[in-house]
Design a protein around this ligand. Structure first.
Ligand SMILES: [Zn+2]
Length: 480
C-alpha cells in the first residue's frame, strides 16, 4: 500500500469574498498535495468553508439574504475561486453539511462521556467581531485590538472543556516533536502560551442562534470548537470507521499564524480527550502586507485572486504569490512589481527558452526522442518542496531556466552548420526543459503539461507563446 498523505487548509469563513490570503494558503496546500501525488502517495486534500456563527447571520441580514442562500453564495465564491486557481482539492467541506453535524454530535458526546466537559458560569468580555472572549489585559484602551470596539460583558451558563487537565500532555507531545509545529519560531510561540497560562474554555454559547446544537441542550456549540472538527467529519468520524482510520491523523494542518492557538493547543487537547491521535504536523505561514501596507477593506487594497488570474492566468498567479518571500515568514507583496516579474521570469525566462528551443528544432527539422528523467537538480527541488520552502524551489527552477538560456546564447546553434553538433546542443536543452517542466509541475500544472506535450511529441513545433508579454499602458495593462 502506498503511503498516505492527508493535508488540510483551514475552512474559510463565509462572511465575505475570498481574498489573496485565502488563495495563498490554498495554493501552498495544493502544491504540497500535487507534489505528494507525483510521488504516488495516496493523497487527501481537504478545504472548505466555515459557515456558522453570529457574524455570518449578521452579514446575511445586512445583505438582505436568507442565511442558507447567503452561505451557499459565498461557499460558491470560494469554490469558484479555487477552480480558477487550478486547486485540485479532494473534498470541499461545508460546516452546514449534515455529515458534519452528524460527526460533531458524536465527537461532542464522546467528550461528555469522557468527563472532559462540565457546566459552569461564564462571565467574560466578548467581541462579536472576533467571536471570542478577551482578557482585560489583552484589550487596548478597553477595546478589542482587532476591531477597536469595546467588548460586551456576557454572563452565560455554558459547558466548559477541561483544557487544563490535558495541557501537560499536549505540551509534552509538542516538546517531543510528536506534534510537529513549524516553522521553529511558531513552536516557541506556542510553548510560550503554556507559560502564560491557558484556561478551560467554554464550548457552548447561549446567545448564538446560527450554529450546531450541543447534544442534550438548547445551546449552540462554539463555532471554533465545531469548525475544527471538519478535519475529522470530512473523513467520516463516527460514521465511517474504515475511512477515518485510513486518513487520521492528518499529516499537515496548514494555516496562517493567527489561528495557531486553536490548532496547536485546543484541537490536540480535544482529540486526546476523545481518545484520538493529535495531528502530526501544524504549519503556520506568515502574514503579508501589500506594497508595505496592511491589507484591509478600509484601505481599499484587498486583492481579489480572480482578478490576478484574469490578468496573469492561474499558473502565473500561483508562481507570483509563492515566489515573493520565504513560506512561513512574514513578507511584503508588491503587486506593482507583478507585471515586471511576470515578464522577466515567465515571458522572457521560461517562455523564451521554450520558444527558442522549439523554433530551432522545427527549423532544423530535428527528430528528438527524449523522455523525462530525474536528475540531481530535481532531487534538490523535491527536497525543498517537501520542507515547504516553496520560494527556494522556485529559485532553483529559475536558476536552471537562466542556465539553459545562457547555454543557448553561448552555443548559438543558429550559427552552426554541422547537423550532429546542432542536434547535440538541442538534445541537452530539451532534457533541461523537460526537467524544468517536471519540477514546475506542482506549482504550474497547466504550463508543465503543455511543455511536456510539446517536447515529447513526434514532431516538436514552435507553437504559441506560453506567457505573452504584458505591456502596461497608462495605468492599465493588456496582453498584446
Ligand atoms: Zn474583535
Amino acid at each position: 500500500m502506498s503511503e498516505k498523505f492527508y493535508i488540510t487548509t483551514p475552512i474559510y469563513y463565509v462572511n465575505d469574498k475570498p481574498h489573496i490570503g485565502h488563495a495563498y494558503t490554498t495554493i501552498a496546500a495544493d502544491v504540497l498535495a500535487r507534489f505528494h501525488r507525483s510521488k504516488h502517495h495516496d493523497v487527501l486534500f481537504l478545504t472548505g468553508t466555515d459557515e456558522h456563527g453570529d457574524k455570518v447571520a449578521e452579514s446575511a441580514k445586512k445583505q438582505g439574504m436568507k442565511i442558507d442562500e447567503f452561505v451557499d453564495k459565498y461557499a460558491g465564491e470560494f469554490e469558484n475561486t479555487f477552480k480558477n486557481l487550478n486547486i485540485q482539492h479532494d473534498i470541499f467541506m461545508r460546516t452546514t453539511m449534515p455529515e458534519h453535524d452528524a460527526s460533531v454530535q458524536i465527537f461532542m458526546q464522546k467528550l461528555k462521556d469522557a468527563d472532559a466537559l462540565y457546566e459552569g458560569e461564564y462571565r467574560g468580555l466578548y467581541c462579536r467581531g472576533c467571536e471570542d472572549f478577551y482578557m482585560e489585559k489583552d484589550l487596548v484602551d478597553g477595546k478589542c485590538p482587532v476591531h477597536n470596539v469595546a467588548p460586551e460583558i456576557v454572563k452565560e451558563k455554558n459547558w466548559f472543556f477541561k483544557l487544563e487537565s490535558y495541557l501537560p500532555q499536549v505540551k509534552k507531545l509538542i516538546e517531543e516533536g510528536k506534534i510537529i509545529i513549524e516553522p521553529a519560531s511558531r513552536k516557541n510561540e506556542v510553548l510560550g502560551l503554556f507559560k502564560q497560562g491557558l484556561k478551560d474554555f467554554s464550548v457552548t454559547r447561549e446567545r448564538v442562534k446560527w450554529g450546531l446544537n450541543f447534544p442534550g441542550s438548547d445551546q449552540k456549540i462554539y463555532v471554533w470548537v465545531e469548525a475544527l472538527q471538519n478535519y475529522i467529519s470530512a473523513i467520516g468520524y463516527g460514521r465511517d470507521d474504515m475511512k477515518f482510520k485510513k486518513w487520521w491523523p492528518a499529516d499537515v494542518h496548514l494555516m496562517a499564524k493567527d489561528i495557531i492557538k486553536f490548532h496547536a493547543v485546543y484541537w490536540p487537547a480535544m482529540l486526546i480527550a476523545a481518545g484520538e491521535e493529535p495531528p502530526k504536523k501544524i504549519f503556520a505561514h506568515g502574514f503579508f502586507s501589500l506594497d508595505g501596507k496592511k491589507m484591509s477593506k478600509s484601505l481599499g487594497n484587498v486583492i481579489d485572486p480572480n482578478e490576478l488570474v484574469k490578468k496573469f492566468g492561474a499558473d502565473a498567479t500561483r508562481y507570483l504569490l509563492l515566489s515573493q518571500f520565504p513560506f512561513g515568514q512574514d513578507g511584503d507583496i508588491k503587486e506593482s512589481k507583478f507585471v515586471e516579474q511576470y515578464n522577466a521570469d515567465l515571458a522572457n525566462g521560461l517562455g523564451n527558452l521554450v520558444s527558442r528551443t522549439a523554433n530551432l528544432i522545427e527549423k532544423n527539422n530535428l527528430e528528438m526522442r527524449i523522455e523525462q528523467s530525474g536528475d540531481g537538480h530535481h532531487e534538490l527541488v523535491e527536497q525543498t518542496i517537501s520542507e515547504m520552502r516553496f520560494d527556494d524551489a522556485l529559485k532553483l527552477i529559475r536558476q536552471k531556466i537562466s542556465d539553459a538560456n545562457k547555454y543557448l546564447d553561448e552555443r548559438h546553434p543558429w550559427k552552426m552548420t554541422d547537423a550532429t553538433a546542432i542536434s547535440e546542443v538541442m538534445t541537452l536543452l530539451v532534457r533541461d526543459i523537460l526537467s524544468i517542466a517536471r519540477a514546475l509541475k506542482p506549482f504550474m500544472p497547466g504550463t508543465s503539461e503543455r511543455i511536456v506535450t510539446q517536447f515529447t511529441a513526434a514532431k516538436i513545433l514552435k507553437g504559441t507563446p506560453l506567457f505573452p508579454r504584458i505591456v502596461e499602458q497608462a495605468g492599465k495593462s493588456a496582453r498584446p
